[in-house]
Write a protein that binds this ligand. Structure first.
Ligand code: PEP
Length: 245
């Protein structure tokens, strides 16, 4: 049985004052029936880990190497040292802004796993890819290329995030979400076997809000959500978590 997961991606938002939102979230969900993960900017990781009280804290990226001449980058060990237990990898904004490839995402995931971090690996099609009927092809290629061979339910979470749904208010139909999530589960089963595949959580991400969370969470093979904008305020993220519990 997969435990549900509500993951928040604060992206490049938040200074110290934002930690009050995390504290409020922790207070409202002191004994949650679902896992909660908040991924603030790296500058807040240590303080977030102190304020989190039961909520897991994650990074938004890490370097594939353990150390060295990589100005501005952070290693998985540094994230862990700052209090992270997970890291988002291959978000479409990083794939677009930094040209990250599936192979690079896979290498980062291996580095994260080697440090004991859970890799939250993001995949998803652009609007052009959906409109040309390539959604499953893209999802399958990204999944195969971005997920390391040693993936397990403990070290890996997959987030299906259609690029066109991120931050736009546009959401796929429930049938479209089900089609991709069922496909991803089948692909994982073919590669890793049913035992491992059934233990890996599949999150949906893209304009999840309090008003649409419950219906999305009822979709087959949706084990939770990766939430951007609506994770910034406890008043928005809290009802999403409640919908998952
Ligand atoms: C995201 O950035 O991962 C995301 C899903 O953003 P939003 O919820 O704002 O669409």
């Amino acid at each position: 049985m997969r435990r549900k997961l509500a993951a928040g991606n604060w992206k490049m938002n938040g200074t110290g004052a934002a930690l009050a939102e995390l504290a409020a979230l922790a207070e409202s969900h002191s004994a949650p029936a679902a896992d909660i993960l908040v991924c603030p900017p790296a500058t807040l990781l240590s303080r977030a880990a102190e304020a989190a009280r039961g909520i897991a804290i994650g990074g938004q990226d890490c370097h594939a190497k353990a150390s060295g001449a990589h100005t501005g980058d952070l290693s998985a060990a540094m994230l862990k040292d700052a209090g992270a237990s997970a890291v988002i990898l291959g978000h479409s904004e990083r794939r677009a802004d930094h040209g990250e490839t599936d192979a690079q995402v896979c290498a980062k995931a291996e580095a994260a796993m080697a440090e004991g971090l859970t890799a939250v690996i993001c995949i998803g099609e652009t609007l052009a890819e959906r409109e040309t009927g390539n959604t499953l092809k893209v999802a399958g290629t990204q999944l195969a290329g971005s997920v390391p061979a040693n993936a397990t339910g403990a070290n890996t979470v997959i987030a299906y995030e259609p690029v066109w749904a991120i931050g736009t208010g546009k959401v796929p139909t429930l049938e479209q979400i089900a089609e991709v999530h069922d496909f991803l589960r089948a692909e994982l089963t073919a590669r890793f076997g049913a035992g491992t595949a059934d233990s890996i959580r599949l999150l949906y991400g893209g304009s999840v809000k309090p008003s649409n969370a419950a219906e999305i969470f009822a979709v087959s093979n949706v084990d939770g959500a990766l939430v951007g904008g609506a994770s910034l305020k406890a008043a928005d993220f809290s009802p999403i978590i409640t919908a998952l519990e």
